[in-house]
Ligand binder design. Structure first.
Ligand SMILES: [Zn+2]
Ligand SMILES: [Zn+2]
Length: 465
């Protein structure tokens, strides 16, 4: 039986069979998110009908925005708060997850957040304000303890604010008032003590966000902070929709308030602590093109300049059947996990043992074989072939939902196309390769079918003495 198994062509028992694919969807919103997505129960029922075995939720970590007037930004401020995990309370969120796990014992239910670590303001309240980068998002999945959520370094999370000595500066006004009182300047003493008390009230409880939303110079530091926080063996962290252009022109989000976020493909290189990026679906354009941002990041891993190889994830940004026009299994991942558990699925996602797939009009493609072998050794997705003296790349693809399906199959080595053909699936081929003088290299596979169908493999690495 080939279907469902990603077999390698290798003789060694260790490589004989990669576990069957667990159909997994990610970036699924629920009623804990800002924009009224369906509740988790309805989504899980639909997922089960569609043969999805694992669901990774990405509910808004925080969806609370604030703008305060200078110089009393905390006392005189407008706050807008939408549903989010931190607003509902992580204990409530996790309790709901626990009860759904009892109700859907056949499914892997992975809690998690979509987080905007930072945003900043420009403009002024009279002429118009612009909120920047609210839509620059990272998914963090696998958060199982309430304190994991409470510690998330994101704007809008009061627990993420840090104590600063500088917030005690109004004490200087009180000291001045004492000094003025002793000198007999009673009016000045009263004025300074009143000002001191007002500013102390504004600064209370003397904690500030690590990066101020009124300062545009934080750059990528807030994102590095979140990616470092999530850089744990039990958590998965990847960039959401880095090439989405839907917020690239400023959009009205309130009276005299606009929001803007430019696409951010550079994030993959600039924040290397993540496990990768959502290559599918929203806005995917340049990052997976040969030699694009993904290949550049993979080459930087080969050179030792990056600790972790970045993987290409498939995400939905699902908010219900009518939101975004995206169905629950329009984009999914075939995850080759040895156990059908959260730990098993997350481990395989962190090790690159999966393919990301966008369907085309109900038709899709399954990667039946994906391996590189040489001299009796073999490696598959996410693995490294230690002695690739004469590498043979084995590819087998099968259509799902159609008896035959034309597809364009591209095999890349280090971001350069070494094989490209349009064939009718089912199809298989062994491609012998001669990487000449290369010492470290990788292969990846890119399959396109119909106007919207895409299958992206994750890379197989190889090296030679
Ligand atoms: Zn988002
Ligand atoms: Zn989202």
């Amino acid at each position: 039986m080939l279907s469902g198994l990603l077999l390698t062509a290798c003789a060694l028992p260790a490589w004989a069979a990669v576990p069957p694919a667990i159909k997994t969807v990610s970036h699924v919103h629920s009623a804990y998110s800002a924009h009224h997505a369906p509740d988790m129960l309805a989504t899980l029922q639909l997922a089960r009908q569609k043969g999805i075995a694992a669901v990774i939720f990405a509910d808004d970590a925080s969806a609370t925005f604030e703008y305060g007037l200078r110089p009393l930004r905390n006392l005189i401020k407008k706050t807008v708060a939408f549903n989010s995990v931190l607003r509902a309370g992580p204990e409530v969120y996790l309790k709901n997850i626990a009860s759904l796990r009892r109700r859907f014992p056949d499914m892997v239910i992975i809690p998690g957040v979509e987080a905007a670590p930072f945003y900043y303001w420009t403009g002024d309240p009279l002429k118009g304000l612009v909120m920047h980068n609210w839509n620059r998002h990272l998914s963090v999945a696998g958060l199982e303890r309430a304190e994991d959520y409470r510690g998330l370094p994101v704007l809008g999370n009061p627990r993420a604010a840090v104590w600063r000595w500088s917030s005690l500066w109004p004490l200087a006004l009180l000291a001045l008032s004492l000094w003025a009182g002793r000198a007999g300047w009673r009016k000045a003493a009263w004025a300074w003590s009143a000002a001191g008390l007002i500013f102390i009230a504004d600064a209370f409880p003397f904690h500030q966000p690590s990066w101020s939303p009124y300062d545009s110079t934080a750059g990528w530091k807030p994102y590095e902070a979140l990616a470092s926080y999530a850089d744990r063996p039990d958590l998965l962290c990847f960039w959401n929709h880095p090439e989405a252009s839907s917020w690239s022109t400023p959009q009205d989000v309130g009276l005299k308030v606009k929001a803007v976020t430019a696409p951010y493909p550079e994030a993959l290189a600039l924040v290397p602590q993540t496990d990768g990026f959502a290559a599918l679906w929203e806005g995917h354009r340049t990052m997976t093109a040969p030699g694009g941002a993904w290949d550049q990041a993979l080459r930087s891993y080969l050179k030792g300049a990056r600790r972790k190889p970045p993987w290409a994830f498939g995400e939905l940004d699902y908010g219900g059947a009518s939101a975004n026009g995206v169905g629950l299994d329009d984009v999914y991942m075939d995850v080759h996990a040895s156990s059908r558990t959260m730990a098993g699925v997350l481990e395989s996602l962190k090790k690159g043992r999966f393919e990301s797939i966008a369907k085309d009009a109900g038709r899709t493609v399954e990667l039946i074989e994906w391996s590189v072998s040489s001299a009796g050794a073999c490696a598959s997705s996410g693995e490294t072939l230690p002695d690739a003296s004469a590498p043979q790349v084995r590819i087998a693809l099968a259509p799902v939902g159609a008896p035959a399906l034309p597809a364009t199959i591209t095999l890349l080595r280090n971001g350069f196309v070494i094989f490209k053909e349009t064939q009718t699936l089912p199809w298989s081929r062994t491609v012998p390769d001669d990487p000449e003088e290369l010492k470290r290299f990788y292969y990846r596979l890119d399959v396109r079918f119909g106007p919207n169908g895409v299958l992206l493999s994750n890379p197989i690495f190889a090296q030679r003495p």
